[in-house]
Write a protein that binds this ligand. Sequence first.
Ligand code: ATP
Ligand code: MG
Length: 353
Amino acid sequence: MSRIHNIAVIAGDGIGPEVVPAAMRCLDTVADRHGFVLRWTEYPWGSAYYHENGVMMPADAIRTLAEHDAIFLGAVGDPDIPDTVTLWGLLIPIRRRFNQYVNLRPVRTLPGVPSPVRGAENVDLVIVRENVEGEYSEVGGRLYRDQPGEAAIQEAIFTRVGVTRIAEYAAKLARQRRKRVTSVTKSNGIVHTMPFWDEVVAETLANYPDVELEKVLVDAMAAKLVLQPTAYDVIVASNLFGDILSDLAGAIAGSIGVAPSGNLNPEREYPSMFEPVHGSAPDIAGQGIANPIGQMWAGAMMLEHLGEEAAAREVVEAFEAVLASGIRTPDLGGTATTAEFTEEVDARLRALP
Ligand code: ATP
Ligand code: MG
């Protein structure tokens, strides 16, 4: 009996349905090689579903997804639907209901993907973004609407449990890497939540004496990431700061089309979700030219999470080798279509001994 992993697929919108099948094909090839089966079940949720039903996914979606070992997501987004609907109608409920409290974003220089920043040739860092609490809270509201004293209030919520577990995740990850954690806050300006974060992170990291902890303010971090991106190993930050820093770091590493992310429930009580960092890219959808690397890399992260580390490594090595051979999609200055690039990656995987 071979190992079976049950995967829920939400290809979603725009280029999602173009890059998801491309990645699935390569993942199936490595699964075959390593004697496991990816049992894919596709769910047609997202913007088309919203246009028909007024919701991004059905009411029992969470129960349905809970039956799976992981969720493989393309992109959701539509120029005619507000971002808040796609975000709060699909992504955030999944992240919260499945306690995917880690958003993991590796940022690494790839062959043939030039950085717009000088001296950023060998970036290799991971951003660990807190994914379920912090600044993205529903607590707050509007006061005195349409009156001269009108105001808006938004509370940020940081819990000891929440900060401890994200710090622990970062420390454990650093242990497998270069043993450095950079914790990013704004403790000089935000005087309640951010010093609390600093305190809990320091207490947690005290249990990892082999891991070096550095604290940096987010404004300084933005500058340092541009000036010296190779200096960092694991960066841990709150929901908002982690989001901003990962876009910045992703831009430094090169194209948005190559960056992956994992929404992880490290305890594996619930399925984790894997997706590219990019969105639905409506401007190039339907042309067959989307870069499938972000989706493939997200797939490799999924395999790793499922315990298929060797297969995961092969996928990453295969697309790196194809890039190194000079074959690239137009976003990286090449002429290959999604299908051509995918065929090259798949051919390499099939040719492995
Ligand atoms: P969404 O609202 O879904 O986030 P968006 O248009 O705001 O969509 P992206 O979809 O990330 O954001 O697109 C940003 C830019 O990057 C677009 O010009 C898009 O064409 C380009 N892009 C994004 N992903 C890819 C990809 N995989 N391959 C090539 N170009 C991409
Ligand atoms: Mg967008």
